[in-house]
Design a binder for this molecule. Sequence first.
Ligand code: AGP
Length: 616
Amino acid sequence: MCGIVGYIGTEEAVPVLLNGLKKLEYRGYDSAGIAVLGKPGLVIRKSKGALKQLEEKVAAELKTGDGASLSGAMGIGHTRWATHGEPSDINSHPHTDVSGKIAVVHNGIIENHGKLKAWLEAHGVIFRSETDTEVIAHLIDFHYNGDLLLAVVEALKRLEGSYALGIICENNPDRIVAVRKESPLVVGSGRGENLIASDVPALLEYTREVYYLEDREIAVLYRDRVEFYNEEGQGCKKESSHVDWDVSAAEKGGYEHFMLKEIHEQPKALINTLRPRIKTYAVKSINLEEIGFDGSWVEANRVVITACGTAWHAGMIGKYAFEHFARIPVDVDIASEYRYRNPVFNPRDIFIIISQSGETADTLAAMRMARKSGARIIAITNVVGSTLAREADLVMYTWAGPEIAVASTKAFTTQLLCIYLIALQFGFLRGTIGGDVLADYIDALENLSAYAARILDGKENIQRFASRQFNKSKVFFLGRLFDYAVSLESALKLKEVSYTHSEAFAAGELKHGPIALVDESTLVVALCTQSSLFDKMDSNIKEVKARGAATAAITYEDVDYFDKTVDEVFRIPHTLDSFTPILSVIPCQLYAYYCAVQRGLDPDKPRNLAKSVTVE
Ligand code: AGP
């Protein structure tokens, strides 16, 4: 989704803005632009396509000496992910009012922009772009009477939808006004300089002191201070937070792509997620006190899990885990479906909401519905200070470190670890798991990090396999129970980054339809880690083989059951059948990555996708 940066200080703004936008590229975009306010007034440069094109445009201008107009120590910048109007220079942000004195960058969707546009046109405004954002610039101008903050407060009263905004005005050259509602925006507070950005990595070169804006909260940034206001324009106080992770955590660190780096970070991320939650006194136990999880939570009658995409797949594994370990009914739902259904709530339900970013619009909407029903909410998220983290009753952070690649990898495996910990503790507190058994489960969880590292050590096998199979036009993943959920995630990964038509099927469903698709052009990857169902999977593999498909299996390293059935076997260390998703997904992540690279694609920036889906 769109990325916003803003800078006010003593340095030249252009390099700071371009640098910040670079850090936000992972969010997905199709055009970029900046507005700089200096001696010559407000100057805007935009370009369709990659940020590099904007950089080249600006560099050429600076080289020829025409760049003086781009000189200034404050400005705003934007990477646009088109929603209203095609990607083009004219639709790129910043957008201005008619006179060109007010410039606005926006992330989100203004739902009533059609109505506002008609109203503004009736007042003589002539629109230049097809965007919903342009109405904001004109509205602020409509209410502008010399005070930018007041004009923004008045304009916000008319806006419906979601927004993070950075606003500057030629007549107020000492301030940036920023505000958010349902779209992320962070304020960074430095020495003699202040910044805004859609995400923390864009700020880290300048400061580690950040303010996470609440919905409808307004920040006014001056060079030497930041003031905060509520939506009525009344001043309010706000605590800053210190970011303690390093800027290198958000950089590639020698890997060719973020996706590969993040796949390799999984062993470490799993340790970071697990360690603080384990007590190792006499008998090992789970410590969820840090998040405030006590006995009252396990009195629930039902657990409801909602999420989108990869996080929803983690939720599916959560269903199997809760049923298995805690013997409690679980519903798992796609957030974009859930929010428009008419679900039946029960006051004794608890909700688990999973989101890497903590900003996914559908997921937040589902959470707010649950909240209205009076249900209690546990959030599993990777982003400290995200909207989800702030609105939930309990937050369990995944501690995976920043995930930059659009395709989620380490966030998924650490989400799973969080879910296992909650499900096991649930079972323990409800009496479905004894203390000694729990200690054995914890031992098994503790082994997973080293096992993940072992799988990564053998990545060349997957790379070789991908170099032979990357051109397959159809790839199907099959599995049963926990393996079925991993199949869904594996198919998503492959389609996201390599644009291969890949699907996942519950292996038992094959004969109910999907087998009609299988022919010589198909690769079938069978996930085979559910020991009691090996014979069923073996039959399924033979069925697809008989129809000409190439086959591969992912199974335990000490299991030779499938060696004679499939063309290729990938092995993972032996753990509990119910914990295998954390391991068996890794070869599939690698396979997706290597297929993308073989196809000459950039796995970090898949077409049409955004890292954080902050609009519907
Ligand atoms: C994962 O590879 C995808 N990019 C996508 O499905 C993602 O998981 C989904 O958009 C949910 O994002 P969230 O976890 O930040 O809420």
